[in-house]
Design a protein around this ligand. Structure first.
Ligand SMILES: Cc1cc2nc3c(=O)[nH]c(=O)nc-3n(C[C@H](O)[C@H](O)[C@H](O)COP(=O)(O)OP(=O)(O)OC[C@H]3O[C@@H](n4cnc5c(N)ncnc54)[C@H](O)[C@@H]3O)c2cc1C
Length: 386
């Protein structure tokens, strides 16, 4: 394993720096966050640079790059602006990889070119009021109806739903099945008849718009079924590693930015006649923060390498997501303490890193559930006989 950036990756990262400096500079990030205005204008620009098809196989119209390169890109985007990285991840890790892993030939033909051109993404509609961590408790129903299906139920906290090319709706299609069995995925237009959405307000990640969605007897054709009938969870599992790499790499990028921001402040801010970064209490804190970010980065790079190598990544993906998101939570908390009132000020960036960070230790698999998974892989927890 070589975790150093290659010359090619360095050139790519330089081009991302230029993209962000020109099209999403820091003052624009602050404005968009304040106004909850997603940076969708970046998608066609990313498409033009070939970023959206970076890890897509050459025969499917992409560049066929490794996930190690993707992880570098996601980290750099996270360093510049979490809002840009989340958008990129929704198109690449979820939309494109879901299509490649589970889409029919017709679905790929209909949506892959559009995603590669930066027209939009898919939004995953899995969570329900009664089914969060316990996704297998979902109650939305899909009932066969003539040549197609009729969907009824409610989904909550669905990111990017209104602007999505399609919602990927998980619904129970087999009456008798319980838990993760008997669930199918359906591609539903966000403006289909019977779909109604209400936007949810939230404290962080304000540019990733989130919705409460009601499905009232929504009629879809047979061609809306994504992957085999009743095997929705197996389909979602196939792309889970990509999503976890994306989120973890993004978290490492934002965490590095928080450390750099706090360290720069500690060098400039003078109290008691000297820079506060000279006080060992703060210098040691910053040294620990940097070390934790470096540790998390190594795990994320190892996960990307394992994906490229075709290894089973279940445990590694959980470890990388846990390490990266818990690190982000800790370093933004510490960054706030080091910067004190300057960190708390609305016009500064630390408060945004801190607000955004709070989501990731429970969104897309909470830390508790991830630790359960890791423990169980070690033969502990639920894997240990009573
Ligand atoms: C901003 C935002 C965006 C989101 N975007 C999407 C999206 O696009 N699509 C989508 O489908 N969902 C989305 N979600 C939902 C998100 O994935 C869920 O919030 C997450 O799965 C946790 O569910 P919950 O909030 O209901 O918490 P709960 O499941 O109620 O958990 C509450 C607490 O109990 C703990 N807990 C639960 N079960 C166990 C257990 N067995 N052992 C130990 N502890 C346990 C959890 O770790 C957590 O700390 C989003 C959520 C937010 C806030």
């Amino acid at each position: 394993m070589d975790f150093g950036d290659t010359d090619e990756q360095r050139l790519l990262l330089d081009s991302i720096d230029r993209l962000m400096d020109r099209h999403l500079p820091p003052e624009e990030v602050r404005r968009r966050d304040a106004e909850a205005d997603p940076p969708d204008h970046l998608l066609p620009l990313m498409a033009e640079m070939g970023l959206l098809g970076l890890a897509v196989p050459v025969d499917a119209g992409g560049a066929g790059a490794a996930w190690q390169t993707m992880a570098c890109v996601q980290e750099r985007l996270g360093y510049h602006a979490t809002m840009a990285a989340l958008l990129f991840n929704r198109v690449t890790c979820f939309g494109i990889m879901t299509l490649l892993a589970s889409g029919s030939r017709a679905q790929r033909a209909a949506f892959l070119p559009r995603m590669l051109a930066g027209e939009g993404a898919f939004a995953l509609a899995l969570t329900e009021p009664g089914a969060g961590s316990d996704a297998g408790a979902l109650a939305a129903r899909a009932v066969p109806d003539g040549e197609g299906w009729r969907l009824t139920g409610r989904k909550v906290w669905i990111s990017g739903a209104a602007a999505a090319l399609r919602l990927v709706v998980a619904a129970r299609s087999a009456k008798s099945a319980r838990g993760g069995g008997g669930i199918s995925l359906f591609l539903v237009p966000p403006d289909a008849e019977g779909v109604s959405m209400t936007r949810l307000d939230k404290i962080g990640n304000r540019c990733s718009l989130t919705y409460d969605i009601a499905f009232d007897g929504v009629r879809v054709g047979q061609d809306a079924l994504l992957g085999p009938r009743d095997a929705g969870f197996a389909c979602l599992k196939k792309t889970l590693f990509y999503g976890r790499t994306g989120l973890s790499a993004t978290a490492v990028g934002t965490a590095q930015r928080a450390v750099d921001t706090a360290a720069a402040h500690a060098c400039e801010r003078v109290q008691f006649g000297q820079a506060i970064g000279r006080f060992q209490a703060l210098a040691h804190r910053l040294a620990i923060m940097q070390t934790e970010v470096d540790q998390a980065r190594l795990l994320v790079r190892q996960l990307a390498w394992a994906i490229d190598d075709g290894k089973d990544c279940t445990r590694l993906a959980a470890q990388a997501k846990w390490a990266a998101t818990e690190t982000l939570k800790r370093v933004t908390e510490e960054g706030m303490q080091i910067m004190a009132s300057a960190g708390y000020a609305a016009e500064g960036d630390m408060q945004r890193y801190w607000r955004d960070a709070r989501l990731y230790t429970f969104g897309e698999g909470s830390s508790e559930i991830l630790l359960d998974l890791i423990a169980s892989d070690m033969g502990l927890g639920r894997a240990l006989p009573k």
